[in-house]
Design a protein around this ligand. Sequence first.
Ligand SMILES: Nc1nc2c(c(=O)[nH]1)N[C@@H](CN(C=O)c1ccc(C(=O)N[C@@H](CCC(=O)O)C(=O)O)cc1)CN2
Length: 284
Amino acid sequence: MSAKVIEGKRIAQEIREEIRQETERLKERGIVPGLAVVLVGGDPASAVYVGNKEKTCKEMGFHSEVHRLPEETTQEQLLAVVADLNRNDAVHGILVQLPLPKHIAEKAVIDAIAVEKDVDGFSPQSTGNLVIGDESLLPCTPAGIIELIRRAGVDPAGKHAVVIGRSNIVGKPVAMLLLRENATVTICHSRTENMEAIASQADILVVAIGKPKAIGRRYVKPGAIVIDVGVNRLESGKLAGDVDYDECLDVAGAITPVPGGVGPMTIAMLMQNTLKAAKRKAGV
Ligand SMILES: Nc1nc2c(c(=O)[nH]1)N[C@@H](CN(C=O)c1ccc(C(=O)N[C@@H](CCC(=O)O)C(=O)O)cc1)CN2
């Protein structure tokens, strides 16, 4: 039997519509959510993502600022831009697009974003809040994954969730969120032995390793929900996930496609975080 395809693109569109409507109501009370995105350099993929964020902000009715800075921007100059945005009352969320040019320390820049404006949820304080279960803005891709699992009708409580990948921006936070949802969580990584045997026990399998089609059907338990975070550009120009979608389609119970799965949820969750930050600041 073929897996249910989890349509992230459609779900993200539904969430964006909910945000747009809520924003309309907030604006009647004089509250206009504002997002500032900072892009350093000319990475083509980053330029597309930032353009999409700007366009989505406009669709939501948000105040939107994009600061496009040249490749040779120094760390001090970038920190000064972030400091200005921290003080700017029209800006409720600040996002510095990653990756940054090599001469800038990402950590120093992320640490400089005020925690209440950290709509990426990458700062140490946001990460700490996530781990101890305190209220904070959640990292967008992991939050989007949880939303997809929920909307696929799966409750993670009591399920075995296996996360393949241990990055700070996806693997570790999504594992924490699954734990918060009462799943039993295993994290696999490049040094894991017998990964296939572990992954194939998962009721929920999340893959975020950045290797096209690395995870085939032998890693998937029949009926499992498979969430593919990879967005890899092939030489053919086509996009592929980290999961071999065609091979896993008749093993999984539900699966996200690439494109059109997790990716679109990232921007929808960014909008949701910006709205949350604006509401918090207004005390509503
Ligand atoms: N500061 C941040 N930088 C980066 C993040 C992030 O969350 N915060 N994530 C990625 C890039 N990213 C958003 O910034 C992002 C990646 C992919 C998609 C997406 O919708 N992908 C589509 C395919 C798009 C295509 O055709 O290339 C899909 O999967 O359907 C959205 C946002 C790194 N940097």
